[in-house]
Design a protein around this ligand. Structure first.
Ligand code: AP5
Length: 214
């Protein structure tokens, strides 16, 4: 298979993680999420652990920390056939940083209305141990409050509380939204209606991927 580098962008709660996981399974390329990596580092209290303060406030983590984690990850051998990147870039300067290292083949933009975003974020629960994502209404676990995969407790992310969501949405509007124009000019932007249910969004993405891989 030819190398394919995909970025998934969209507001908080758009379904980037959910759909990136599926793209990763379909194409056999790793799903790389800067949010997940930053959360892991904070949990482990590594030198990058201070990222947690920014995340809990809904602010972007300083580039220096994010670049050091991402650059290291992109050098791993499992990216030789490509990757699906979720949560990066977050602004034009991060996009330029990425451009200096990798060619991007497609940027999938999940277009989701604000009311759906808020419903998805406030109902999201994640596994305390393995990080698997659930939703109280749209993707409930088999047993309430317990992870289907590893049996650990499900918790709410600190940044999924209402006031932090507003700040994340503001950051998205101010910093991340201009990326759509940036990638549209490069001819790689592909918009998907992310308001549909998980399966329907996935079907649209799959069709699009088949088209550009042809
Ligand atoms: P990050 O973890 O990337 O958060 P985010 O971008 O705000 O995105 P989310 O993880 O909240 O949502 P998602 O779009 O992945 O949706 P999901 O699939 O989970 O970043 C967190 C923080 O880290 C940032 O605020 C920042 O501080 C820092 N950070 C990360 N990257 C950074 C960077 N590059 N630079 C600087 N700082 C950075 O779905 C959400 C819920 O909805 C789930 O419960 C899911 O089950 C459900 N759902 C999904 N799709 C559907 C659907 N179609 N219908 C119904 N429900 C759905």
């Amino acid at each position: 298979m030819k190398k394919v580098n995909i970025i998934v962008i969209g507001p908080p709660g758009a379904g980037k993680g959910t759909q990136s996981e599926r793209i990763s399974g379909e194409l056999g390329i790793p799903h790389i999420s800067t949010g997940d990596m930053l959360r892991q580092h904070s949990d482990l209290e590594t030198e990058h652990g201070m990222a947690r303060d920014y995340m809990d406030r809904g602010d972007l983590v300083p580039d220096k920390i994010v670049y050091s984690i991402l650059d290291h990850r992109l050098k791993k051998r499992d990216t030789e056939n490509g990757f699906v990147l979720d949560g990066f870039p977050r602004d034009i300067s991060q996009a330029r940083h990425l451009e200096s290292m990798e060619k991007i083949d497609a940027v999938i933009s999940l277009e989701v209305d604000k009311n759906n975003v808020i419903r998805r974020l406030t109902g999201r629960r994640i596994c305390d141990s393995c990080g698997k994502t659930f939703h109280l209404d749209y993707k409930p676990p088999v047993k309430e409050g317990v992870c289907d995969k590893c049996g650990s407790d499900l918790v709410q992310r600190e940044d999924d509380k209402k006031d932090v969501i507003e700040q994340r949405l503001k950051k998205y509007r101010d910093k991340t939204l201009p990326l759509k124009e940036f990638y549209r000019k490069k001819g790689v932007l592909r918009k998907v209606d992310g308001n549909k249910d998980i399966e329907a969004v996935w079907n649209d993405i799959k069709e699009m991927i088949e088209e550009f891989l042809r």
